[in-house]
Design a protein around this ligand. Structure first.
Ligand SMILES: *Cc1c(COP(=O)(O)O)cnc(C)c1O
Length: 435
């Protein structure tokens, strides 16, 4: 017998049916379709603080945080009023506004190698532009990325499969010509020896190595000791640029980004998510000598009608002004620690093997007996188990990412009661898995 959960999500189901008539798969970003976990997607009516409310009147403790941006909690009054104030003066000018420099100054002030910033509208645009800049600046064509790292839906970066074959990439998506994919070299995450061997052979053609300094798109996979340092040395040795894709980790794992934790200095940094506070804002940044290659100062072309728009800038500045307060990231890390320890305890109590980790306001767990160090490991986790856990948690009022290949996010608005609710729900949900 299945319990009647249909009525619990009835309005969401109606909205989804309607959406499917006119939107591809009913969604505007694939993971939202719940394909990996089954069931229909939940439609959100509103979100406030740590809570998401759906159209059926259910409420959830949110551990997705709009995939990272909601670091100060949803609809924070300071952020909302900053956006409202900006909106009354016009939504977009397609011309310069003062808030652009204000947000850029915050970024330049905290990222060690960032001297100039260019704002764009999505993480995808940031990594795409960073790759173009790296190619323009070095005069080289190839890039090296890691299997399981996601850098947005850029042609050259949608290459991730090709199990074992760490030589020439195989396109992961339809529509990516193999000639493009061939310019992308692949190595397993945390495998410095594989990178070294690729660079020894092809380093002179490699414009950049792109890496998520903590991999957050195959679960939560931290860099192993010496990995990022090793990438820095190999880039220096071969004259390639090191690009940190901190679209997820930037201002999420620490003030600035994970580069301020690991003390490895990238040439270019990509940011997104948190720096827009929920608005479509992203950026790439680096030293003057490099960034001056970008138009209008240099030959690498890149532009955007809505880039640096006043609403996005206002939301970003207001969000980061809260994040920069003393103790903000320590407090977030405390919450992540309580959550991961609580969830681990709940799993252990139900005899479910679990791996977990956190950094600042980012954490993750994987249903696995052994630590997850790369994409191969991530694939061997119990993803069916995760799907059932996801559904059980949803029924108990906890909103998890609808895929076992995702990191999770906590916000300043997650109080003890919210965290206790998650841990209690995890206990029941893990027991329901085991039975
Ligand atoms: C989310 C993400 C992107 C893509 O950003 P979008 O704004 O979705 O285009 C790129 N890189 C990383 C590491 C991300 O987590």
């Amino acid at each position: 017998m299945t319990t009647d959960v249909g009525s619990r999500y009835a309005r969401s189901a109606e909205f989804f049916e309607r959406a499917c008539g006119v939107l591809v798969g009913g969604v505007n970003s694939p993971v939202r379709a719940f394909k990996a976990v089954g069931g229909n997607p939940i439609f959100v009516e509103r979100a406030k603080g740590a809570t998401v409310y759906d159209v059926d009147g259910n409420e959830y403790v949110d551990l997705v945080g709009t995939w990272g941006p909601a670091i100060v909690g949803h609809a924070h009054p300071d952020v909302v009023s900053a956006v409202q104030k900006a909106a009354t003066k016009g939504l977009s000018f397609g011309a310069c506004c003062a808030a652009e420099a204000e947000l850029a100054e915050i970024i330049v002030g905290v990222l060690p190698t960032a001297e100039l910033v260019r704002f764009v509208n999505s993480g995808t645009e940031a990594t795409m532009s960073a790759v173009r800049l790296a190619r323009g600046a070095t005069g080289r064509s190839k890039i090296l990325k890691f299997v399981g790292c996601y850098h947005g839906h850029v042609d050259a970066l949608l290459v991730a499969a090709g199990s074992g074959a760490a030589t020439f990439g195989v396109p992961d998506s339809g529509g990516v010509p193999k000639e493009f994919a061939e310019l992308t070299l692949l190595a397993p995450y945390n495998d410095l020896a594989a990178v070294e061997s690729l660079m020894t052979k092809q380093g002179k053609d490699v414009a950049a190595i792109l890496v998520e300094p903590i991999a957050g798109n195959m679960g939560f996979v931290p860099p192993s000791f010496g990995f990022l340092d090793g990438l820095r040395s190999l880039c220096d040795k071969h004259g390639s640029l090191l690009v940190f894709d901190e679209v997820m980790t930037g201002f999420r794992t620490a003030w600035g980004g994970y580069q301020n934790v690991c003390s490895v200095k990238p040439d270019l940094t990509c940011l997104g998510k948190v720096i827009g506070g929920g608005m479509p804002v992203a950026a790439y940044a680096g030293p003057k000598a490099l960034m001056e290659q970008v138009s209008p100062l240099g030959p690498v072309y890149q532009a955007g009608t809505l880039s640096g728009n006043p609403l996005g800038m206002a939301a970003g500045v207001a969000t980061l002004r809260i994040c920069e307060e003393e103790g903000f990231y320590d407090d977030l890390a405390q919450k992540s620690k309580r959550l991961t320890e609580g969830i681990l305890g709940a799993a252990t109590g139900a005899d479910v093997p679990l791996q977990s980790g956190f950094c600042g306001g980012m954490f993750g767990f994987a249903l696995s007996n052994t630590p997850v160090r790369n994409f191969d490991d991530a694939q061997t986790c119990d993803h069916d188990g995760y799907a059932r856990f996801f559904t059980a948690m949803l029924e108990r009022g906890v909103w998890l990412p609808p895929s076992g290949y995702e990191a999770m996010f906590v916000s300043a608005a997650h109080d003890d009661a919210a965290i206790d609710k998650v841990i209690a729900a995890a206990g029941e949900s893990f027991r329901s898995l085991a039975s």
